[in-house]
Design a binder for this molecule. Structure first.
Ligand SMILES: [Ca+2]
Ligand SMILES: [Ca+2]
Length: 359
């Protein structure tokens, strides 16, 4: 054999050796600070209520008074209104969090066994609130102005605070395919079952959110390194839910109604009750996560190799002999050597890893 041929064989053996030594691995990955979330969530709350001038005989005798109709009447009267309250504006945040990714390159699958992402990372998003107010004809005194019915007006009424936006692993599967790119990296494509918790304070009322189960498309590129991996990932969160009422009334929100003179608005107090609240979650996570490869003897990924890992492995292995992997499922895959089949070699590899322990 020529020297060149020997060299080629040597390279082939080395390449083959590298491929076959690729095992089923778990990585615990921490989301890095350069990651970004675009949050475009929306709250929409149709409401009914009243508005009334801010006049008060003793404390505000020069305040605005409201009267129904075009003519007549006296005093300061509540005007029935219907109001569509809307909260939303696109914001960008820097998320924090961790996920544990189990990969079986031989079977071409991945699974997520742990995920926790704080999309806001303790930042509170201020989002403008607008109110579109519909009413029957009324007029104001101080300043004097006529508001003809049937012409809704939309005005800003302050800011809402988005205080919580987190994603944790839900009850369903979080799995997908793993495709080699030929350069040592892998393309991930799948879906994660996530519980997304969203909370906002609207017009002083906290709790205008909830927890929503979302099947979120997840994709990315996994690049294994010597002792860990880097994952560039994208997760798309999208969901619309209706929170049925009743809700406590929001009372006496001060509001400036426009008149012909922008310096002299009509000063009114708005009281309303949300009929229902529609919450639309729309958030795109574009992140980079890095972290270590977990010890293979720690079969249940709880941080140490002990008798439970031994029992869990044998439980998984027992029903899977000579079965294609992942078996029995992507989270308890007994195909330790990642050759696509569960057999005695996996048992031997696990025993060796278990004996080596997890320092
Ligand atoms: Ca363990
Ligand atoms: Ca195997």
């Amino acid at each position: 054999m020529s020297r060149v041929a020997r060299l080629c064989v040597g390279v082939l053996v080395a390449a083959n050796g590298a491929a076959s030594s690729m095992a089923s691995d778990a990585y615990r990955l921490t989301i890095q600070p350069e990651s970004r979330v675009v949050v475009d969530n929306l709250i929409f709350a149709p409401s009914t209520g009243t508005l009334i001038g801010n006049y008060d005989a003793t404390t505000n005798p020069t305040g605005t008074r409201t009267l129904p109709g075009i003519f007549g009447g006296s005093g300061n009267n509540p005007i029935p209104v219907s109001v569509d309250v809307a909260v939303g504006e696109e914001s960008e945040t820097s998320p924090g969090g961790v996920l544990t990714l189990l990969v079986n390159p031989g079977a071409g699958t991945f699974a997520i066994s742990e995920l926790w992402i704080d999309l806001l990372n303790e930042v509170v998003i201020e989002a403008p609130i607008s109110a579109t107010i519909t009413y029957s004809t009324f007029r104001t005194v101080s300043p004097s102005f006529l508001y003809p019915g049937g012409i809704p007006i939309t005005i800003p009424i302050g800011n809402a605070q988005i205080t919580v936006l987190t994603a944790t692993l839900g009850a369903g599967d979080s799995i997908g395919t793993l495709t080699p790119n030929g350069d040592g990296s892998f393309t991930l494509a799948g879906a994660a079952s996530l519980d997304v918790t969203f909370d906002a304070t609207v017009l002083g009322q906290p709790g205008q959110g909830g927890t929503f189960a979302i099947a979120a498309p997840i994709g990315g590129t996994l690049t294994p390194t010597v002792d860990g991996a880097t994952l560039t990932l994208g997760i798309s969160l999208s969901n619309s839910s209706e929170i049925p009422g009743p809700f406590p009334a929001v009372e006496n929100v001060p509001l400036d109604l426009p008149t012909l003179d922008p310096n002299t608005p009509a000063k009114v107090l708005l009281t309303l009750e949300f009929l229902r609240i529609d919450v639309t979650i729309a958030s795109e996570i574009e992140g980079v996560a890095t972290g270590p490869r977990l010890c293979q003897g720690d079969f249940n990924r709880d941080g140490s190799a002990d008798i439970l890992d031994f029992l869990d492995f044998f439980d998984a292995f027992g029903g899977c002999q000579l079965q294609p992997s992942p078996c029995p499922d992507p989270l308890r895959d007994a195909d330790v050597n990642s050759d696509g089949l569960v057999d005695i070699l996996d048992l031997l590899d696990f025993m060796q890893a278990f004996a080596e322990g997890c320092a």
